[in-house]
Design a protein around this ligand. Structure first.
Ligand SMILES: Nc1ncnc2c1ncn2[C@@H]1O[C@H](COP(=O)(O)OP(=O)(O)OP(=O)(O)O)[C@@H](O)[C@H]1O
Length: 511
């Protein structure tokens, strides 16, 4: 397969944005317009209208994402559509907002390198530089998985590329997330011991307002909400355990219920067992890779699997956007209804039978799924690529893909869960405990990170102070944004665009 073949697909990869379970997460415009915003939500909207940079937090289901959608519309009215960039730390959250991943916006793919390398990569991409110069308002959802280091790097890149001494180069910043949910992946380039974005040097200066939304909408049962609030903080009472034990069952949930597992090995095991149990003829798709060997290795770390096994009746999930407007995006789930012979012979590279799967999505649309391409580019040309059918099996999914979802039913085996906030993320996805099928319940897995607890204690303390100062407002007023603390950092990191380009052997990994 020549480079020619991949050009269009690769152009699409650059604009990667994803959507998982958009059926649940996506709000129809008509619904949004009928939402009665709470005072807290209204206050946020007013402050955003006024041009302030705001951090919005709150427990799961307090309406952060739905508020962000309206904020985006407000920002577009204020700055014009071309000045507003909508991002999220994960592809799943990004597409729910019709946005893109923060890494893809920033222009450095999925790699967490040190600052100089990241800046070099941005400078080498005229599109990325253009985005950084053009952006007037930047929205970042699901901040909890962005590291302190990355947050500081992004802020420095903003000033550098925009040639501005102002914090974030003067961009209006709207950040949303709940640090009690999933934590950042440990950052190999970080020796400071700082993990969370709220520990970043620039964090305090980045926002005019910190707002905590307090009314939970996802669940309506007061007892369930209280149980979740305790779980969020790593607290579990014996009576909470009794309630959760009632959700435990050794019976298999039916196959349309997605099972969430903390570890990929469990996800793979369940999917393999389920496909075998269907007893249908299995069609195998082996990824076709091309390009430079050491770069091909990197593609294996990406989202497209080395080998995909499908059969009629298999539950699947899209792993690439095919048509965002029609909700055929990364994360859309459906069932394989059959296979058709491919019109040309391209598919033979992946599947000797030259068959393409037909998927009926849960949204009702049925379509033939064609191979897609993921590529790595170096100095402007594609050096390695992978072609594969853009599907994963979806009986089981990783917990990391669930953040931000609202589900009616889910199953999870918590026995191997790890990491802070994981159990809370899972438990808070369902509207009612009736939709929760648990196994492997272990109270020691319910834990909150001490730093996060301290952050929210400080937050609550400041909020109390602020309430007294500001007639009961839950909005935290911040001091004026300061540039002073950033002067030295900027100088240390400064480099001219010309020198950088000459010195650079930059690579771009894009999905
Ligand atoms: N003011 C409101 N009135 C009624 N329903 C609301 C309101 N705000 C949000 N909701 C509803 O609450 C549910 C959860 O909202 P949303 O997904 O935005 O929460 P979230 O805080 O982003 O959760 P998570 O942290 O899990 O991503 C949605 O169904 C949304 O429509």
């Amino acid at each position: 397969m020549g480079l020619e073949f991949f050009r269009d697909a690769i152009a699409g990869c650059r604009n990667f944005s994803t959507n998982t379970y958009s059926i649940c997460k996506t709000m129809k415009k008509s619904c949004e317009s009928t939402i009665n915003w709470t005072k807290e939500q209204n206050d946020v909207l007013n402050h955003v209208r006024g041009g302030l940079s705001v951090f919005i937090t709150g427990s799961a289901g307090t309406g952060k994402s739905v508020l962000l959608k309206t904020i985006i519309n407000v920002l577009k009215k204020v700055h014009g559509s071309s000045g507003v960039f909508v991002t999220a730390s994960t592809g799943v959250a990004a597409c729910a907002l019709n946005g893109r991943t923060l890494h893809s916006f920033a222009g450095f793919g999925i790699r967490n390198d040190e600052y100089g390398t990241l800046l070099d990569r941005v400078i080498m991409s005229s599109c990325a530089c253009e985005r950084w110069r053009q952006v007037k308002a930047l929205v970042i959802d699901e901040i909890s998985v962005i590291s302190a280091n990355m947050f500081d790097n992004l802020e420095s890149i903003a000033r550098e590329i925009r040639g501005s001494k102002e914090i974030w180069g003067g961009i209006q910043l709207i950040v949303s997330g709940d640090f009690f949910q999933l934590s950042p992946v440990p950052d190999k380039c970080n020796s400071s011991g700082k993990e969370f974005a709220f520990e970043a040097n620039c964090w305090d200066a980045s926002f005019d307002m910190l707002v905590e939304l307090t009314k939970v909408f996802r669940q309506s049962d007061a007892g369930q909400i209280e149980l979740l609030q305790r779980t969020r903080k790593g607290i579990i009472y014996p009576e909470d355990m009794q309630i959760l034990e009632q959700c435990c069952s050794s019976n298999e949930p039916d196959s349309s219920v997605v099972s969430f597992y903390p570890r990929n090995e469990d996800v793979n095991k369940v999917n393999e067992e389920r496909i075998k149990s269907l007893g249908e003829k299995v069609v195998v798709y082996k990824a076709a890779d091309g390009g430079v060997d050491n770069q091909r290795e990197e593609l294996k770390q990406g989202i497209a699997p080395d080998q995909l096994e499908l059969c009629k009746g298999a539950r699947v999930m899209l792993i690439k956007n095919l048509n965002v407007r029609r909700n055929l995006c990364n994360g859309a789930t459906g069932t394989v209804t059959g296979f058709v012979e491919a019109e040309d012979k391209d598919v033979i590279h992946l599947c000797p039978d030259n068959l393409l799967p037909v998927v009926k999505f849960d949204s009702g649309q049925e379509m033939v799924i064609e191979p897609q391409v993921w590529g790595i580019s170096e100095e402007g040309s594609t050096v390695a690529w992978r072609s594969q059918i853009p599907l994963h099996l979806a009986w089981a999914q990783s917990v990391h893909k669930s953040q931000g979802m609202t589900l009616h039913r889910l199953h999870t085996d918590l026995s191997r869960s790890f990491g802070y906030g994981m159990v809370y993320v899972i438990l808070s996805r369902v509207r009612s405990l009736k939709g929760l099928h648990l196994s492997g319940l272990n109270p020691s897995m319910i834990k909150a990170h001490p730093k996060v607890l301290r952050f929210y204690e400080r937050f609550a303390g400041e909020e109390e102070q602020c309430k007294e100062d500001k007639n009961n407002s839950k909005i935290l007023g911040r001091s004026d944004k300061s540039n002073v603390a950033f002067g030295e950092k900027k100088q240390a990191r400064a480099r001219t665009e010309k020198n950088t380009i000459e010195a650079l052997k930059a690579r771009f990994l894009f999905f």
